[in-house]
Design a protein around this ligand. Structure first.
Ligand SMILES: [Zn+2]
Length: 239
């Protein structure tokens, strides 16, 4: 008896944040469309029975995008940061590629070129993101603090899953460096939010009015964080 193995049909990219790469397989044995999520490496495989058109299979996968994203986010650290992979920076999806020269990572078009170096690729990329995050978060915090007319004592970066930022009673601001992966408006909103806590140490209507006054209409970035924020934690910076 001939053993039928699913035929590899390449990859399909489901847009959104994070985008999801789906491996396509045509199978003579499969009775129905199926999506499989590997616990091991977070890869997603769509098996399409040979009698089902590929377009119908892709539509099925697109319909399940939210479900996939949720499961990928819950599976901790499911997206290894490596050459060839996609990584969002300031809301743009960039493909990681080896740079031929240079000392630090550089954005060129839709690619992030990473030079060879002593430490591992993921460690160097994490360092690069933290430097960029600090720069943008200082600029945004300074901007809103000046607007508020109150200074802050210090600014630190963490990698916390539970919150995107915090503000201590002695005016210390803390942010997740992963905010650098989100669209710039989202990073600015979080900065305005924490700076507003310098004056209002609560989430009262007065606090939200202050955020509105500092940032403007914050519904879109706040909604973005609720919907896509968890996805930013799925990138694994381990060599
Ligand atoms: Zn808050």
């Amino acid at each position: 008896m001939r053993h039928l193995i699913g035929q590899d049909m390449g990859k399909h990219l489901i847009g959104g944040n994070p985008p999801i790469e789906v491996l396509l397989k045509k199978s003579g044995r499969a009775k129905r469309l199926s999506l499989r999520l590997s616990r091991l490496n977070g890869s997603v495989t769509l098996t399409i029975p040979s009698h089902v058109p590929v377009a119908q299979g892709l539509a099925f996968a697109e319909e399940k995008a939210d479900w996939l994203r949720q499961h990928l986010a819950n599976a901790p650290s499911s997206m290894p940061v490596a050459l060839g992979a996609l990584l969002p920076i300031e809301g743009r999806m960039l493909r990681l590629q080896q740079a031929e020269s240079g000392r630090s990572p550089q954005i060129q078009g839709d690619c992030l070129l990473v030079p060879r170096g002593g430490a591992g690729l993921a460690a160097r990329l994490q360092g690069f993101l933290k430097v960029l995050a600090r720069e943008r978060l200082i600029a945004a915090s300074d901007h809103y603090a000046a607007r508020l007319g109150r200074g802050y004592q210090r600014l630190s970066l963490r990698d916390t899953r539970s919150r995107w930022g915090s503000c201590t009673a002695d005016a210390g601001l803390m942010y997740s460096w992963r905010l650098i992966m989100a669209p710039p408006d989202v990073l600015r909103y979080v900065a305005a939010h924490e700076v507003a806590h310098l004056q209002e140490m609560n989430h009262s209507p007065a606090f939200w009015a202050l955020v509105q006054q500092l940032y403007g209409d914050y519904r879109t970035p706040r909604g973005w964080l609720r919907q896509h924020g968890a996805g930013l934690h799925s990138y694994r910076f381990v060599d």
